[in-house]
Design a protein around this ligand. Structure first.
Ligand code: PMP
Length: 434
Protein backbone atom coordinates (compact mmCIF):
# COMPACT_ATOMS: atom_id res chain seq x y z
CA UNK A 1 0.00 0.00 0.00
CA UNK A 2 1.33 3.41 -0.83
CA UNK A 3 1.24 6.18 1.71
CA UNK A 4 -1.61 8.64 1.34
CA UNK A 5 -0.61 12.20 0.30
CA UNK A 6 -0.08 14.58 3.23
CA UNK A 7 -2.68 17.01 1.83
CA UNK A 8 -5.32 14.24 1.71
CA UNK A 9 -4.51 13.19 5.28
CA UNK A 10 -4.80 16.79 6.48
CA UNK A 11 -8.14 17.16 4.72
CA UNK A 12 -9.47 13.92 6.28
CA UNK A 13 -8.40 15.02 9.77
CA UNK A 14 -10.13 18.40 9.38
CA UNK A 15 -13.34 16.83 8.03
CA UNK A 16 -13.31 14.21 10.80
CA UNK A 17 -13.03 16.87 13.53
CA UNK A 18 -15.76 19.06 12.08
CA UNK A 19 -18.33 16.56 10.87
CA UNK A 20 -17.88 13.16 12.45
CA UNK A 21 -19.08 12.33 15.97
CA UNK A 22 -17.11 9.32 17.20
CA UNK A 23 -18.91 6.70 19.31
CA UNK A 24 -17.69 6.30 22.91
CA UNK A 25 -14.91 8.86 22.55
CA UNK A 26 -13.19 11.74 24.30
CA UNK A 27 -14.52 14.60 22.17
CA UNK A 28 -12.17 17.31 23.46
CA UNK A 29 -9.11 15.15 22.88
CA UNK A 30 -10.28 14.31 19.36
CA UNK A 31 -10.56 18.02 18.60
CA UNK A 32 -7.00 18.53 19.82
CA UNK A 33 -5.29 15.47 18.39
CA UNK A 34 -7.57 14.32 15.56
CA UNK A 35 -8.16 10.59 14.97
CA UNK A 36 -5.29 8.31 16.02
CA UNK A 37 -5.75 6.12 12.96
CA UNK A 38 -7.38 6.58 9.60
CA UNK A 39 -7.56 3.01 8.37
CA UNK A 40 -7.48 2.11 4.72
CA UNK A 41 -7.21 -1.69 4.46
CA UNK A 42 -7.45 -4.92 6.41
CA UNK A 43 -5.75 -8.23 5.72
CA UNK A 44 -5.88 -11.21 8.08
CA UNK A 45 -4.90 -10.03 11.57
CA UNK A 46 -3.49 -6.76 10.21
CA UNK A 47 -4.87 -3.29 9.56
CA UNK A 48 -3.21 -0.63 7.42
CA UNK A 49 -3.62 3.12 7.74
CA UNK A 50 -3.00 6.35 5.82
CA UNK A 51 0.49 6.61 7.34
CA UNK A 52 1.34 3.38 5.56
CA UNK A 53 1.58 1.55 8.90
CA UNK A 54 0.80 -2.16 9.11
CA UNK A 55 -0.61 -2.91 12.57
CA UNK A 56 -1.52 -6.18 14.26
CA UNK A 57 -5.17 -5.96 15.41
CA UNK A 58 -5.17 -7.80 18.74
CA UNK A 59 -8.83 -7.05 19.55
CA UNK A 60 -10.33 -8.14 16.20
CA UNK A 61 -11.22 -4.43 15.90
CA UNK A 62 -14.11 -4.40 18.42
CA UNK A 63 -14.06 -8.08 19.49
CA UNK A 64 -15.83 -8.85 16.23
CA UNK A 65 -13.70 -9.45 13.13
CA UNK A 66 -13.35 -13.07 14.17
CA UNK A 67 -12.42 -14.59 10.80
CA UNK A 68 -9.92 -11.78 10.17
CA UNK A 69 -9.89 -8.89 7.74
CA UNK A 70 -10.06 -8.94 3.96
CA UNK A 71 -11.79 -12.26 3.31
CA UNK A 72 -12.61 -12.04 -0.38
CA UNK A 73 -15.17 -14.91 -0.23
CA UNK A 74 -17.37 -12.71 1.91
CA UNK A 75 -16.99 -9.87 -0.59
CA UNK A 76 -18.12 -12.22 -3.38
CA UNK A 77 -21.19 -13.35 -1.45
CA UNK A 78 -22.09 -9.75 -0.56
CA UNK A 79 -21.76 -8.66 -4.18
CA UNK A 80 -23.86 -11.55 -5.44
CA UNK A 81 -26.62 -10.96 -2.87
CA UNK A 82 -26.69 -7.19 -3.42
CA UNK A 83 -26.98 -7.67 -7.15
CA UNK A 84 -29.73 -10.27 -6.71
CA UNK A 85 -31.76 -8.85 -3.81
CA UNK A 86 -29.99 -6.32 -1.58
CA UNK A 87 -32.96 -5.74 0.67
CA UNK A 88 -36.54 -6.60 1.28
CA UNK A 89 -38.54 -6.45 4.48
CA UNK A 90 -39.45 -9.41 6.67
CA UNK A 91 -42.28 -7.60 8.47
CA UNK A 92 -45.56 -9.48 8.72
CA UNK A 93 -45.59 -12.46 6.39
CA UNK A 94 -42.73 -11.54 4.03
CA UNK A 95 -39.62 -13.70 3.92
CA UNK A 96 -36.58 -14.59 1.84
CA UNK A 97 -34.11 -17.44 1.53
CA UNK A 98 -30.98 -16.01 3.23
CA UNK A 99 -32.81 -15.17 6.47
CA UNK A 100 -34.65 -18.52 6.56
CA UNK A 101 -31.41 -20.45 6.00
CA UNK A 102 -29.56 -18.34 8.59
CA UNK A 103 -32.22 -18.83 11.28
CA UNK A 104 -32.06 -22.60 10.65
CA UNK A 105 -28.24 -22.57 10.74
CA UNK A 106 -28.19 -20.66 14.04
CA UNK A 107 -30.55 -23.27 15.55
CA UNK A 108 -27.85 -25.85 14.65
CA UNK A 109 -25.19 -23.80 16.43
CA UNK A 110 -27.25 -22.98 19.53
CA UNK A 111 -27.37 -25.21 22.62
CA UNK A 112 -30.42 -27.11 23.93
CA UNK A 113 -33.71 -26.27 22.28
CA UNK A 114 -32.82 -22.66 21.42
CA UNK A 115 -34.25 -22.88 17.95
CA UNK A 116 -35.84 -19.59 16.86
CA UNK A 117 -34.12 -16.27 16.10
CA UNK A 118 -35.34 -12.69 15.88
CA UNK A 119 -32.83 -10.54 13.96
CA UNK A 120 -31.56 -7.04 14.69
CA UNK A 121 -28.76 -4.81 13.40
CA UNK A 122 -26.49 -5.27 16.42
CA UNK A 123 -26.08 -6.25 20.06
CA UNK A 124 -27.85 -3.31 21.71
CA UNK A 125 -30.99 -3.93 19.70
CA UNK A 126 -30.68 -7.64 20.45
CA UNK A 127 -30.73 -6.94 24.19
CA UNK A 128 -33.60 -4.44 23.97
CA UNK A 129 -35.46 -7.07 21.97
CA UNK A 130 -34.81 -9.65 24.71
CA UNK A 131 -36.00 -7.31 27.49
CA UNK A 132 -39.21 -6.50 25.63
CA UNK A 133 -39.75 -10.14 24.72
CA UNK A 134 -39.37 -11.46 28.29
CA UNK A 135 -41.86 -8.87 29.52
CA UNK A 136 -44.28 -9.79 26.75
CA UNK A 137 -43.77 -13.46 27.59
CA UNK A 138 -44.64 -13.02 31.27
CA UNK A 139 -47.62 -10.84 30.35
CA UNK A 140 -49.11 -13.49 28.07
CA UNK A 141 -48.30 -16.10 30.72
CA UNK A 142 -50.60 -14.16 33.09
CA UNK A 143 -47.83 -12.51 35.19
CA UNK A 144 -47.54 -8.94 33.84
CA UNK A 145 -45.91 -7.73 37.08
CA UNK A 146 -42.80 -9.80 36.23
CA UNK A 147 -40.83 -7.12 34.41
CA UNK A 148 -37.60 -6.32 36.30
CA UNK A 149 -34.25 -7.15 34.73
CA UNK A 150 -31.25 -8.17 36.83
CA UNK A 151 -27.76 -7.67 35.44
CA UNK A 152 -24.26 -7.80 36.91
CA UNK A 153 -22.05 -4.92 37.93
CA UNK A 154 -19.38 -4.19 35.30
CA UNK A 155 -21.53 -5.80 32.61
CA UNK A 156 -21.82 -4.22 29.18
CA UNK A 157 -25.00 -4.80 27.22
CA UNK A 158 -24.96 -1.90 24.74
CA UNK A 159 -26.33 1.60 24.45
CA UNK A 160 -29.96 1.46 23.30
CA UNK A 161 -32.19 2.64 26.16
CA UNK A 162 -32.87 -0.83 27.56
CA UNK A 163 -29.35 -2.08 26.87
CA UNK A 164 -27.72 0.93 28.52
CA UNK A 165 -30.05 0.55 31.49
CA UNK A 166 -28.94 -3.06 31.91
CA UNK A 167 -25.26 -2.12 31.57
CA UNK A 168 -23.54 -2.20 34.96
CA UNK A 169 -20.96 0.50 34.21
CA UNK A 170 -21.93 3.79 35.80
CA UNK A 171 -20.45 6.13 33.18
CA UNK A 172 -23.06 5.01 30.66
CA UNK A 173 -25.87 5.90 33.07
CA UNK A 174 -24.63 9.35 34.03
CA UNK A 175 -24.21 10.24 30.34
CA UNK A 176 -27.94 9.97 29.74
CA UNK A 177 -29.04 11.62 33.03
CA UNK A 178 -31.48 8.88 33.94
CA UNK A 179 -32.06 5.33 32.82
CA UNK A 180 -35.15 3.18 32.35
CA UNK A 181 -36.92 1.91 35.50
CA UNK A 182 -36.92 -1.73 36.64
CA UNK A 183 -33.24 -2.49 36.08
CA UNK A 184 -31.18 -3.82 39.01
CA UNK A 185 -27.47 -4.59 39.33
CA UNK A 186 -25.87 -7.26 41.38
CA UNK A 187 -22.36 -8.21 42.50
CA UNK A 188 -21.02 -11.40 40.94
CA UNK A 189 -21.77 -13.61 43.93
CA UNK A 190 -24.60 -16.07 44.44
CA UNK A 191 -25.31 -14.54 47.87
CA UNK A 192 -25.83 -11.11 46.31
CA UNK A 193 -28.18 -12.53 43.70
CA UNK A 194 -30.23 -14.37 46.30
CA UNK A 195 -30.47 -11.23 48.45
CA UNK A 196 -31.62 -9.10 45.53
CA UNK A 197 -34.30 -11.60 44.52
CA UNK A 198 -35.47 -11.78 48.13
CA UNK A 199 -35.60 -7.98 48.38
CA UNK A 200 -37.34 -7.29 45.07
CA UNK A 201 -39.56 -10.37 45.03
CA UNK A 202 -39.28 -13.09 42.39
CA UNK A 203 -42.82 -12.33 41.21
CA UNK A 204 -41.57 -8.94 39.93
CA UNK A 205 -38.46 -10.23 38.12
CA UNK A 206 -38.63 -11.16 34.44
CA UNK A 207 -35.05 -12.08 33.65
CA UNK A 208 -31.40 -12.25 34.64
CA UNK A 209 -28.83 -11.29 31.99
CA UNK A 210 -25.09 -11.91 31.92
CA UNK A 211 -22.19 -12.14 29.52
CA UNK A 212 -20.45 -15.54 29.92
CA UNK A 213 -17.20 -13.58 30.29
CA UNK A 214 -17.60 -9.83 30.77
CA UNK A 215 -15.87 -8.11 27.85
CA UNK A 216 -15.91 -4.31 27.94
CA UNK A 217 -15.99 -4.36 31.76
CA UNK A 218 -12.42 -5.72 31.72
CA UNK A 219 -12.53 -9.39 30.63
CA UNK A 220 -13.86 -10.66 33.95
CA UNK A 221 -14.34 -14.41 34.35
CA UNK A 222 -17.25 -15.64 36.47
CA UNK A 223 -16.51 -17.20 39.87
CA UNK A 224 -16.14 -21.01 39.90
CA UNK A 225 -19.51 -22.75 39.57
CA UNK A 226 -21.32 -19.41 39.41
CA UNK A 227 -23.54 -19.91 36.36
CA UNK A 228 -24.67 -23.38 37.41
CA UNK A 229 -25.96 -21.89 40.67
CA UNK A 230 -27.54 -18.98 38.78
CA UNK A 231 -29.33 -21.47 36.52
CA UNK A 232 -30.76 -23.29 39.57
CA UNK A 233 -31.88 -20.04 41.20
CA UNK A 234 -33.54 -18.84 37.98
CA UNK A 235 -35.40 -22.16 37.69
CA UNK A 236 -36.55 -22.03 41.32
CA UNK A 237 -37.93 -18.51 40.91
CA UNK A 238 -39.25 -18.57 37.34
CA UNK A 239 -36.69 -16.05 36.18
CA UNK A 240 -35.55 -16.32 32.57
CA UNK A 241 -31.79 -16.62 31.99
CA UNK A 242 -30.45 -14.49 29.13
CA UNK A 243 -26.86 -15.11 28.01
CA UNK A 244 -25.45 -12.03 26.25
CA UNK A 245 -23.20 -13.75 23.73
CA UNK A 246 -22.42 -10.63 21.69
CA UNK A 247 -18.67 -11.13 22.28
CA UNK A 248 -18.51 -14.78 23.39
CA UNK A 249 -20.80 -16.30 20.74
CA UNK A 250 -19.71 -18.17 17.60
CA UNK A 251 -16.41 -19.53 18.87
CA UNK A 252 -14.60 -16.80 20.83
CA UNK A 253 -14.38 -18.98 23.97
CA UNK A 254 -13.59 -22.15 22.02
CA UNK A 255 -17.19 -23.40 22.03
CA UNK A 256 -20.12 -22.47 19.77
CA UNK A 257 -21.52 -20.24 22.52
CA UNK A 258 -19.54 -19.08 25.55
CA UNK A 259 -22.09 -20.17 28.15
CA UNK A 260 -21.55 -23.80 27.09
CA UNK A 261 -18.11 -23.53 28.71
CA UNK A 262 -19.91 -23.36 32.05
CA UNK A 263 -22.23 -26.32 31.49
CA UNK A 264 -25.39 -24.24 31.42
CA UNK A 265 -28.18 -23.78 28.88
CA UNK A 266 -29.87 -20.37 29.00
CA UNK A 267 -33.47 -19.64 27.98
CA UNK A 268 -32.42 -16.87 25.62
CA UNK A 269 -29.20 -15.93 23.85
CA UNK A 270 -28.48 -12.49 22.46
CA UNK A 271 -25.77 -12.25 19.84
CA UNK A 272 -24.20 -9.97 17.20
CA UNK A 273 -20.54 -9.27 16.29
CA UNK A 274 -19.20 -12.78 15.52
CA UNK A 275 -22.25 -13.88 13.55
CA UNK A 276 -20.95 -11.85 10.58
CA UNK A 277 -17.41 -11.18 11.87
CA UNK A 278 -18.28 -7.53 11.31
CA UNK A 279 -18.62 -7.86 7.54
CA UNK A 280 -22.18 -6.51 7.91
CA UNK A 281 -24.13 -5.21 10.92
CA UNK A 282 -26.30 -8.03 12.28
CA UNK A 283 -27.44 -9.28 15.66
CA UNK A 284 -30.33 -11.17 17.17
CA UNK A 285 -32.13 -12.95 19.96
CA UNK A 286 -32.37 -16.74 20.01
CA UNK A 287 -35.17 -18.20 22.15
CA UNK A 288 -36.04 -21.67 23.36
CA UNK A 289 -38.64 -23.81 21.64
CA UNK A 290 -40.79 -23.60 24.78
CA UNK A 291 -40.81 -19.77 24.94
CA UNK A 292 -41.34 -19.57 21.19
CA UNK A 293 -44.35 -21.89 21.32
CA UNK A 294 -45.90 -20.11 24.32
CA UNK A 295 -45.56 -16.74 22.58
CA UNK A 296 -47.04 -18.06 19.33
CA UNK A 297 -49.96 -19.65 21.15
CA UNK A 298 -50.76 -16.90 23.64
CA UNK A 299 -50.12 -13.68 21.70
CA UNK A 300 -53.34 -12.03 20.54
CA UNK A 301 -52.67 -9.95 17.42
CA UNK A 302 -49.15 -8.89 16.53
CA UNK A 303 -45.70 -9.33 18.00
CA UNK A 304 -45.33 -5.52 18.12
CA UNK A 305 -41.60 -5.31 17.69
CA UNK A 306 -39.49 -5.12 14.54
CA UNK A 307 -36.65 -3.18 12.93
CA UNK A 308 -36.43 -2.27 9.24
CA UNK A 309 -33.25 -4.34 9.20
CA UNK A 310 -34.60 -7.36 11.09
CA UNK A 311 -33.34 -10.07 8.75
CA UNK A 312 -31.45 -8.00 6.17
CA UNK A 313 -30.86 -10.30 3.16
CA UNK A 314 -27.29 -9.16 2.46
CA UNK A 315 -26.29 -9.31 6.13
CA UNK A 316 -27.87 -12.78 6.37
CA UNK A 317 -26.01 -14.06 3.29
CA UNK A 318 -22.76 -12.72 4.75
CA UNK A 319 -23.48 -14.39 8.11
CA UNK A 320 -24.08 -17.73 6.40
CA UNK A 321 -20.74 -17.50 4.60
CA UNK A 322 -18.97 -16.42 7.79
CA UNK A 323 -20.36 -19.39 9.74
CA UNK A 324 -19.39 -21.71 6.88
CA UNK A 325 -15.81 -20.40 7.02
CA UNK A 326 -15.63 -20.94 10.81
CA UNK A 327 -16.81 -24.53 10.33
CA UNK A 328 -14.83 -25.43 7.21
CA UNK A 329 -11.56 -24.05 8.55
CA UNK A 330 -12.05 -25.67 11.98
CA UNK A 331 -11.50 -22.25 13.50
CA UNK A 332 -13.07 -23.13 16.87
CA UNK A 333 -10.55 -25.96 17.35
CA UNK A 334 -7.82 -23.51 16.42
CA UNK A 335 -9.15 -20.99 18.98
CA UNK A 336 -8.57 -23.59 21.70
CA UNK A 337 -5.01 -24.23 20.55
CA UNK A 338 -3.87 -20.61 20.15
CA UNK A 339 -6.00 -19.55 23.14
CA UNK A 340 -3.95 -21.91 25.33
CA UNK A 341 -0.77 -20.49 23.84
CA UNK A 342 -1.99 -16.93 24.57
CA UNK A 343 -2.64 -17.74 28.24
CA UNK A 344 0.73 -19.46 28.62
CA UNK A 345 2.29 -16.35 27.08
CA UNK A 346 0.46 -14.14 29.56
CA UNK A 347 1.71 -16.32 32.43
CA UNK A 348 5.24 -15.89 31.12
CA UNK A 349 4.71 -12.10 30.99
CA UNK A 350 3.45 -12.18 34.58
CA UNK A 351 6.67 -13.86 35.70
CA UNK A 352 8.72 -11.00 34.21
CA UNK A 353 6.90 -8.09 35.87
CA UNK A 354 6.04 -7.42 39.51
CA UNK A 355 3.23 -5.07 38.55
CA UNK A 356 1.44 -7.74 36.45
CA UNK A 357 -0.76 -9.23 39.15
CA UNK A 358 -3.34 -11.24 37.29
CA UNK A 359 -3.65 -12.89 33.89
CA UNK A 360 -6.86 -14.53 32.78
CA UNK A 361 -8.78 -15.74 29.77
CA UNK A 362 -10.76 -18.44 28.02
CA UNK A 363 -10.33 -19.33 24.36
CA UNK A 364 -9.18 -16.24 22.48
CA UNK A 365 -10.49 -13.76 25.04
CA UNK A 366 -7.87 -12.75 27.55
CA UNK A 367 -6.54 -10.03 29.82
CA UNK A 368 -3.50 -8.88 31.71
CA UNK A 369 -4.26 -7.17 35.02
CA UNK A 370 -1.80 -4.53 36.19
CA UNK A 371 -1.58 -3.42 39.79
CA UNK A 372 -2.92 0.07 40.41
CA UNK A 373 -2.33 1.56 43.84
CA UNK A 374 -5.49 3.71 43.72
CA UNK A 375 -7.81 5.44 41.26
CA UNK A 376 -5.82 8.66 41.66
CA UNK A 377 -2.65 7.00 40.38
CA UNK A 378 -2.20 7.16 36.59
CA UNK A 379 -2.88 3.75 35.04
CA UNK A 380 -0.04 2.04 33.20
CA UNK A 381 -2.20 0.34 30.54
CA UNK A 382 -2.57 3.38 28.23
CA UNK A 383 1.22 3.84 28.24
CA UNK A 384 1.69 0.17 27.35
CA UNK A 385 -0.81 0.61 24.50
CA UNK A 386 1.23 3.58 23.18
CA UNK A 387 4.46 1.58 23.37
CA UNK A 388 2.87 -1.42 21.64
CA UNK A 389 1.70 0.84 18.84
CA UNK A 390 5.29 1.95 18.18
CA UNK A 391 6.12 -1.75 17.82
CA UNK A 392 3.23 -2.39 15.40
CA UNK A 393 0.52 -3.75 17.72
CA UNK A 394 -2.91 -2.30 18.44
CA UNK A 395 -4.20 -3.38 21.83
CA UNK A 396 -6.79 -2.09 24.28
CA UNK A 397 -6.58 -0.87 27.83
CA UNK A 398 -9.52 -0.80 30.26
CA UNK A 399 -9.07 1.79 33.00
CA UNK A 400 -12.44 2.68 34.41
CA UNK A 401 -13.65 1.66 37.86
CA UNK A 402 -10.12 1.61 39.23
CA UNK A 403 -8.93 -1.10 36.85
CA UNK A 404 -5.73 -1.22 34.89
CA UNK A 405 -6.29 -4.03 32.42
CA UNK A 406 -5.07 -4.89 28.94
CA UNK A 407 -7.70 -6.76 26.93
CA UNK A 408 -7.05 -9.13 24.02
CA UNK A 409 -9.31 -10.87 21.51
CA UNK A 410 -7.30 -11.57 18.35
CA UNK A 411 -8.87 -12.86 15.14
CA UNK A 412 -9.37 -16.65 15.16
CA UNK A 413 -6.93 -17.47 12.31
CA UNK A 414 -3.95 -15.95 14.17
CA UNK A 415 -1.02 -18.34 13.68
CA UNK A 416 1.25 -19.65 16.44
CA UNK A 417 4.08 -17.47 15.10
CA UNK A 418 1.88 -14.37 15.10
CA UNK A 419 0.74 -15.17 18.65
CA UNK A 420 4.39 -15.40 19.76
CA UNK A 421 5.02 -12.03 18.14
CA UNK A 422 2.03 -10.50 19.96
CA UNK A 423 3.21 -11.83 23.33
CA UNK A 424 6.75 -10.55 22.78
CA UNK A 425 5.54 -7.07 21.82
CA UNK A 426 3.24 -6.90 24.86
CA UNK A 427 6.06 -8.01 27.15
CA UNK A 428 8.51 -5.47 25.73
CA UNK A 429 5.91 -2.72 25.93
CA UNK A 430 5.26 -3.39 29.61
CA UNK A 431 9.01 -3.42 30.21
CA UNK A 432 9.40 -0.10 28.39
CA UNK A 433 6.99 1.81 30.65
CA UNK A 434 8.31 0.55 33.97
N1 PMP B 1 -23.40 -6.85 24.58
C1 PMP B 1 -22.08 -7.06 24.68
C2 PMP B 1 -21.57 -8.15 25.57
C3 PMP B 1 -21.19 -6.27 23.94
O1 PMP B 1 -19.87 -6.47 24.05
C4 PMP B 1 -21.70 -5.27 23.08
C5 PMP B 1 -20.79 -4.42 22.23
N2 PMP B 1 -19.49 -4.27 22.62
C6 PMP B 1 -23.09 -5.10 23.03
C7 PMP B 1 -23.91 -5.91 23.78
C8 PMP B 1 -23.70 -4.04 22.17
O2 PMP B 1 -23.61 -4.38 20.83
P1 PMP B 1 -23.68 -3.25 19.70
O3 PMP B 1 -22.53 -2.34 19.94
O4 PMP B 1 -23.60 -4.06 18.43
O5 PMP B 1 -24.98 -2.57 19.83
Amino acid sequence: MTKVEQSVKDELVQLDKKHFIHPTSNMKQLQEDGPAFIFTEGDGIYLKDVEGRKLMDSLSSLWNVNIGHGRKEIGEVAKEQINKLAFTSTFNNWSHEPVIRLAAEIAEWAPGDLNATFFTSGGSEANDTAFKTVRHYWKVMGQPEKKKIISRKLSYHGVAMGATSATGIEQFHTFTTSIAPDFHYVDSSIEALKELIEKEGADTIAAYISEPVQGSGGVNLPPEGYFQEVRKICDEHDILFIADEVICGFGRLGTNFGIERFGVTPDIITMAKGVTSGYAPLGGMIISERIHQEIIEKTEGNFWHGYTYSGHPTAAAIALKNLEIIKNENLIEHVNVVGKQMLEGFEWIKEQHDNVVDVRGIGLLGAIGIERASESVDPIGPKVVAEALKKGLICRSVVYNGQDTLAFAPPFPITKEQMDEMIIIVNESIKAVK
